[in-house]
Design a protein around this ligand. Structure first.
Ligand SMILES: NC(=O)c1ccc[n+]([C@@H]2O[C@H](COP(=O)([O-])OP(=O)(O)OC[C@H]3O[C@@H](n4cnc5c(N)ncnc54)[C@H](O)[C@@H]3O)[C@@H](O)[C@H]2O)c1
Length: 386
């Protein structure tokens, strides 16, 4: 089955390599010839590095490269059975591309979008045969991250959904299904990890180094929110938060942080610019955390209950299934535990009590308890996981 990838940036290049590794003849198109050239060079260099490290045989690397064809004309994709677009995150540009694609491809070709923040339904609406359009959301870097969120638009038919799931699973990826709502699963449920930590820092509750340390030490997270967003890039992380917040009609739970916005405005984007919350220039050392046990527990529990509340809301609003939610958070953002299993272990009633305390203190609706957690407390029950 021939696969087409449109956009040869970070995501498109990775997805093309994943498809090619799964033995598909894969075409990759970009409207910028320079980007196409860079993609070819980067993929070849990445595979060569794998060969040098002994992780891949030379033959295998050649086979993968041989499966990828870089094309400078969109019409070359006419025989593809699945096309995944990974072009710039702009609704109008994506819609225009989908309209052009529909004139080229066969009736049965699935057209997928890798959008992280736009409505798949809105993208699908640009297609005459909208039931063939679906969201297939890979995580960065696509060759390494196992998770793929599959998002049917409200127009998507069952055949498109089933076929897409089958193809992506056959590429060795772990798939989860999500409703077409802002942030899908991971980019929605993970928001408090950053937002609540930034708010606590702004209030002077604790400094960044202490919060990063506390969340690693008490929560087992691989990185704290400040070092992680410095790593992701504040431009990228802030854009996701702002887009989720705006798309949810300015829901206070997703309210962005002014401190992070200022970093973006100053071009202090994190590691890639040498400065973010922390400094990354030569000779700079990270500030020492305050290893106060009581403070560490307070920091961890406040962030955890906000994450649990968000996860519960995603279940309450039927965004995904409990098991898919657990898979998404452990495989998409490497959380040490699924948030629902964590909620069961931490205590549903304790979660509700801590959230209520925050609500009483701030009178801010961002701390309102999800009705599902309240019902569970009343009925003394736990999340059911398989
Ligand atoms: N970077 C991430 O972490 C990440 C993760 C998941 C999903 N996404 C989504 O994937 C998509 C691509 O992101 P990226 O980070 O790879 O971006 P990128 O900027 O690295 O690459 C985008 C590429 O698309 C090309 N392009 C733009 N308009 C085009 C058009 N009309 N036709 C053909 N090519 C065109 C550009 O030349 C560029 O090479 C976006 O929708 C983004 O939201 C990104």
């Amino acid at each position: 089955m021939q696969i087409g990838i449109i956009g040869s940036g970070a995501m498109g290049s990775g997805i093309a390599q994943v498809a090619a590794s799964a033995s598909h003849p894969t075409l990759i198109f970009d409207n910028n010839p320079g980007a196409l050239h860079r993609s070819a060079e980067k993929t070849a260099a990445g595979l060569e590095a794998q060969v040098q490290k002994g992780k891949l045989s030379k033959e295998e690397a050649e086979r993968i490269l041989g499966n990828i064809t870089y094309v400078s004309n969109l019409s070359a994709c006419s025989n593809c059975e699945l096309i995944i677009e990974a072009i710039v995150e702009n609704l109008e540009v994506k819609k225009q591309l989908i309209r052009e694609l529909e004139m080229i491809v066969s009736e049965t070709c699935i057209i997928a979008t890798n959008t992280s923040s736009l409505s798949v339904t809105s993208i699908a609406a640009s297609c005459k045969k909208a039931n063939r359009v679906i969201g297939i959301h890979f995580f960065n870097p696509a060759i390494i991250m196992p998770l793929v969120e599959i998002i049917p638009a409200i127009q998507t038919n069952e055949e498109t959904l089933q076929k897409s799931c089958k193809i992506i699973a056959s590429w060795g990826k772990t798939i989860v299904k999500a409703k077409d709502t802002p942030g899908f699963i991971v980019n929605r449920v993970a928001r408090p990890f950053y937002g609540e930590a930034f708010k606590m820092m702004e209030e002077g509750f604790a400094d960044m180094a202490t919060m990063d340390w506390a969340l690693k030490e008490k929560g087992g997270f691989k990185m704290g929110p400040f070092e992680l967003t410095d790593f992701i890039g504040h431009d990228v992380n802030y854009a996701v938060t702002e887009s989720v917040w705006t798309a949810f009609y300015f829901e206070p739970r997703f309210r962005p942080s002014i401190s992070q916005k200022r970093l973006v405005e100053a071009n202090y984007l994190g590691r890639k610019s040498g400065k973010g919350f922390y400094e990354y220039t030569e000779g700079c050392t990270k500030p020492e955390p305050d290893k106060n046990e009581i403070l560490a527990v307070e920091i961890f529990e406040r962030v955890l209950v906000m994450l649990i509340n968000e996860a519960a809301d995603a279940i309450y609003m039927k965004i995904t299934s409990p098991n898919d939610l657990e898979t998404a958070m452990t495989k998409g953002v490497n959380y040490p535990k699924g948030l629902l299993a964590w909620a069961n272990e931490f205590g549903i009633e304790k979660t509700v009590t801590l959230l209520d305390k925050l609500y009483e203190k701030y009178r801010d609706p961002r701390y309102r308890v999800c009705p599902l957690l309240m019902e569970m407390t009343e009925n003394n029950c736990l999340f059911k996981l398989i």
